[in-house]
Design a protein around this ligand. Structure first.
Ligand SMILES: [Zn+2]
Ligand SMILES: [Zn+2]
Length: 431
C-alpha cells in the first residue's frame, strides 16, 4: 500500500455528522495534505481534485476502537498488525488501541516500540498500544507505567484477566492520576467464574455448561470503583455486560468517581441464546447475557452512563474454534461487522445516530486523552469514515480481511456498511 498522501480529496454531498462540533448537515468535506481543510456548502476544491460522491451517505470522523487484539507479536497465526488494521479500515476504524496480551506481552519499552514501529510500516490505520499494568500480566508487580507512557502507551490493562490484587489496582490508579491515562480493567472474579463457559442461568443449566455469573463481573467493578474514588485515578471498565454493572457505574458517576466504560457491539445486540447448538463462535468473555442486559446496556449508552463502544476484536484460528465448546477459546472477530450490527440500534430508535457516532469517535478520543482525534473540525487529522446506513449485506467469512473468521454473525444479513475509510488523508479502504 502506498504511503503517499494525495494532495486533496473532495467528499461531495454527504450527510456530515461530527459530534465534536454538534454538526449534522448536508455538505462537502475537503481533505488536503492529511488534514481536514474545509467543510460545508461553500467548499472550493483545487483543480483536478479527486471526488468521492457521498449523496445519501454519512460522512463522519474515523472510528476509534479502544479495545482490540491484534495478536502480534506472538500469535501471528490468529492475526497480524497488517491484517488486523486492514480489517479495521474495512470496518471504518482509523484508530485502534491494541491490547497487550501478546507474546511477549507489552510490558516494557522494547515491545511498545516494536508494535509502534511495525504499525508505522505495515499498519493500514493508526495503532495506539495499551501496555500491561503488571509485569508479564502476572499480577505480581507493577510494570514501569511512567516509562511505558513516555514510550507511547495510551492506557494500561491486564486484559484477558483483571488486575489481580487490590493493592496493585490501588497503586496503578494512583499512577493513572499522575500520568493522566486510564487503567482499563477486565472485570471478572476468576474464583467465581472458574470453569465457566457461558452466562450463568436457566440456559446454561439446560445445556449442562458451567455458568459465569453476572456477580463475578460486578464484584471486580465494585472494587475498581471504590479504588478509583479513593485515589482519584481514572478507571475504564472494559466490555460491560450486565445490567447490574450499569447501576454500579451510574452510582459511581453520580458520586463523582473518575470512571468511564465501554460496551461491545455483540453485548449490545446478541444474547446467550447464540450458544444454543454449542456454537463456539458465540463463546466470548464476558459471555453474551440476556435480553434484559442488552436493554440496560443500550439505554446506558444513550444516557452516557456507558461512554464508548469498543469491539474487543478477538480473532482466533478456525482450528481453535473447531474445538468442542468447553475447550474452544473465547472471542469474536468484530471489526468488520461492528457498524452493521450497531445500525440496528439506530433503526429501532434505541440510539440516536449522533450518539452512536459519538460513542465511536469523540467519546473514545476523550478517554485516551486525544482530543485531536475523532473530529472533523478543520485542521484535524483527515481520518474520515463514509458509510451507507441503509445498505444490506450478508456476512460472508470468505470476504473477511481479518484472519479471524470467528463470528456468530456468519451468513446473517446486516444493514449499514462502510463505503470508504480515509486515514491521514489517504484512502485505506474503498468498496
Ligand atoms: Zn477482556
Ligand atoms: Zn479483550
Amino acid at each position: 500500500m502506498s504511503k503517499a498522501i494525495p494532495k486533496s480529496i473532495l467528499i461531495q454531498g454527504g450527510r456530515i455528522i461530527d459530534p465534536a462540533s454538534h454538526t449534522d448537515a448536508i455538505g462537502d468535506l475537503l481533505v488536503t495534505g492529511g488534514r481536514i481543510a474545509g467543510r460545508g456548502l461553500n467548499v472550493t476544491p483545487p483543480a483536478d481534485c479527486p471526488v468521492i460522491h457521498a449523496e445519501s451517505l454519512i460522512i463522519c470522523p474515523g472510528f476509534i476502537d479502544l479495545h482490540c487484539h491484534l495478536r502480534q507479536p506472538g500469535f501471528e497465526e490468529k492475526e497480524t498488525i497488517a491484517t488486523g488494521t486492514r480489517a479495521a479500515a474495512k470496518g471504518g476504524f482509523t484508530t485502534v488501541c491494541a491490547m497487550p496480551n501478546t507474546n511477549p506481552p507489552l510490558d516494557n519499552e522494547e515491545t511498545i516500540t516494536f508494535v509502534r514501529t511495525l504499525a508505522g510500516k505495515e499498519g493500514a490505520v493508526r495503532v495506539l498500544p495499551i501496555a500491561c499494568v503488571t509485569r508479564g500480566r502476572q499480577g505480581i508487580e507493577l510494570a514501569n507505567l511512567e516509562n511505558l507512557a513516555k514510550e507511547g502507551a495510551v492506557a494500561f490493562s491486564d486484559d484477558g484477566a483483571p488486575v489481580a490484587t487490590t493493592p496493585l489496582m490501588q497503586r496503578a490508579l494512583e499512577l493513572s492520576k499522575t500520568l493522566g491515562l486510564p487503567i482499563i480493567d477486565h472485570c471478572e472474579d476468576l474464583t467465581l467464574s472458574a470453569g465457566g463457559q457461558m452466562n450463568d442461568g436457566i440456559l446454561s443449566k439446560k445445556l449442562g455448561l458451567k455458568g459465569m455469573p453476572a456477580v463475578a463481573e460486578d464484584i471486580i467493578i465494585s472494587r475498581d470503583l471504590l479504588l478509583a474514588h479513593l485515589t482519584g485515578g481514572h478507571v475504564h471498565i472494559a466490555h460491560v455486560s450486565t445490567a447490574s454493572a450499569v447501576e454500579l457505574i451510574r452510582r459511581a458517576k453520580d458520586k463523582g468517581t473518575s470512571v468511564t466504560a465501554e460496551v461491545t457491539p455483540h453485548h449490545l445486540t446478541l444474547t446467550e441464546e447464540c450458544a444454543i447448538g454449542l456454537n463456539t463462535n458465540a463463546k466470548v468473555n464476558p459471555p453474551l447475557r440476556t435480553e434484559a442486559d442488552i436493554r440496560a446496556l443500550a439505554s446506558a449508552l444513550k444516557d452516557g452512563i456507558i461512554d464508548a463502544i469498543a469491539t474487543d476484536h478477538a480473532p482466533h484460528t478456525p482450528a481453535e474454534k473447531a474445538l468442542e465448546f468447553i475447550r474452544a477459546p473465547t472471542g469474536i472477530s468484530g471489526f468488520e461487522t461492528a457498524l452493521g450490527s450497531l445500525m440496528a440500534l439506530v433503526r429501532s430508535g434505541t440510539l440516536p445516530m449522533m450518539k452512536l457516532i459519538a460513542a465511536l469517535t469523540t467519546k473514545p478520543a476523550k478517554i485516551i486523552n486525544r482530543p485531536d482525534l475523532g473530529t472533523l473540525k478543520v485542521g484535524s487529522p483527515a481520518d474520515v469514515t463514509i458509510f451507507d446506513p441503509e445498505r444490506e449485506w450478508v456476512v460472508d467469512l470468505q470476504k473477511f480481511v481479518s484472519k479471524g473468521k470467528n463470528t456468530p454473525l456468519a451468513g446473517k444479513t446486516l444493514r449499514g456498511r462502510v463505503i470508504a475509510t480515509i486515514y491521514g488523508g489517504r484512502i485505506v479502504y474503498q468498496e
